[in-house]
Design a protein around this ligand. Structure first.
Ligand code: ADP
Ligand code: TRP
Length: 344
């Protein structure tokens, strides 16, 4: 007995499971870019990490002119259903709505006070979005401080996101360092996780613009949404902008063709030489038809699970309530320490 105990004492503790936090704004139907750049990456790595997947509904308020309460609530539930339909196990991972955990708003204020204006003025997403809206709300400007709060409350090691969020993750590190320096060690500095291929899916109608929910709403043919039926997927992808050559090699292709090749690569997990051998010199019709098939194969199970989940009364509400409780416990602990350190 005594011997067993000492053997136990010598066994090194298992390494801590690293923590992941990420989220998507519920501002419209998610598109294949969100799936490839974020959701599929989360699902793929879920067993390796302890995960918090958030529905960033407070971020959706940054352009209040576009918000209708009923639609925001419905979109939030729809995004939660799409997380699960994309393969994220709701039993093993914490799925929650940002606005259900009030610590996000509280810590966001503390972090806003620690963020120099100049840092926020450099944010590319702010500059782009500010051009798209009639009146620029202060929240649109301070949005990265709220995002920093989202990440730091859970002591996340990793933040798996698309390439467009790289600047926000790096800013989060800067804000965390500044707080730690001013008030004492409180936050772990997180790192972004990005796909090597697929971190920036471009619009099918304009391969120089990142596929985005807002452009998808105003430009038909821009994006494939995760709930699009197969004939709509076909129409969108068959009309994708390409060029007049026959160049289907990754390094030489024009942006529109490269976008299709990369999408095909990520969805089918095939090697580049194999893909090039299949499509180079063929005319783009066969590449497009193959991408249509790969996208529809990916979307079919997602749409089936989505339908089941959304038809089950009370399921999502129960899940989100449990998620909020689990996330809230962790977030409150971090907030308590930040309050102690700042004297609040
Ligand atoms: P959108 O810009 O379409 O409104 P979000 O800003 O809510 O989408 O992004 C949610 C997640 O999806 C983030 O991790 C973001 O980096 C990722 N993402 C968004 N658009 C793309 C894209 N075109 N390609 C790859 N990832 C993307
Ligand atoms: N800002 C992110 C986007 O527009 C969404 C988001 C909010 C997020 N909070 C986050 C992503 C925290 C990662 C971590 O896509």
């Amino acid at each position: 007995m005594v011997q067993e105990q000492s053997a136990l004492a010598q066994t090194p503790a298992p390494p801590r499971k690293k923590i992941v936090l990420s989220g998507v704004q519920p501002t419209g139907v998610l598109h294949i870019g969100n799936y490839v750049g974020a959701l599929s990456l989360w699902a793929q790595q879920q067993d390796e990490f302890h995960n918090y997947f958030m529905i960033a509904d407070m971020h959706a308020l940054t352009v209040p002119e576009n918000v209708k309460a009923k639609a925001l609530r419905a979109n939030s539930r729809s995004v939660a259903a799409l997380y699960i339909a994309s393969g994220i196990d709701p039993e093993k991972n914490v799925i929650f709505r940002q606005s259900s955990v009030t610590a996000h708003a509280y810590l966001a204020w503390i972090l806003t006070c620690c963020t120099p204006m100049g840092w926020l003025e450099r944010m590319t997403q702010f500059k782009v979005k500010a051009e798209q809206v009639e009146s620029i709300g202060t929240g649109l400007f301070t949005y990265p401080a709220l995002q920093a709060a989202d990440i730091l409350l859970y002591n996340a090691d990793y933040v798996p996101v698309g390439e467009d969020q790289r600047q926000h993750v790096e800013l989060t590190r800067d804000i965390a360092s500044r707080f730690n320096h001013l008030f004492g060690k409180c936050f772990r500095l997180p790192e972004g996780l990005y796909r090597t291929t697929g971190a920036r899916v471009m619009g099918f109608d304009d391969p120089t613009a990142k596929m985005s929910k807002s452009l998808a709403e105003t430009q038909s043919g821009h994006a494939v949404n995760l709930l699009d039926p197969p004939n709509v997927v076909k129409k969108t992808i068959m009309s994708a902008v390409t060029d007049t050559n026959n160049e289907a090699r990754f390094e030489h292709a024009s942006p529109g063709v490269r976008n299709l090749l990369e999408l095909y690569e990520v969805l089918t997990k095939q090697e580049r030489p194999q893909i090039e051998a299949q499509f180079h010199g063929q005319g783009y019709g066969s590449l497009k038809a193959a991408v249509v098939e790969a996208v529809n194969e990916t979307l079919r199970p997602i749409q089936e699970t989505y339908k089941q989940i959304t038809e089950e009364p009370g399921y999502l509400d129960g899940l989100l309530a449990r998620g909020a409780e689990r996330a809230g416990e962790v977030a409150e602990r971090t907030l308590k320490r930040a309050r102690e350190l700042t004297g609040l």
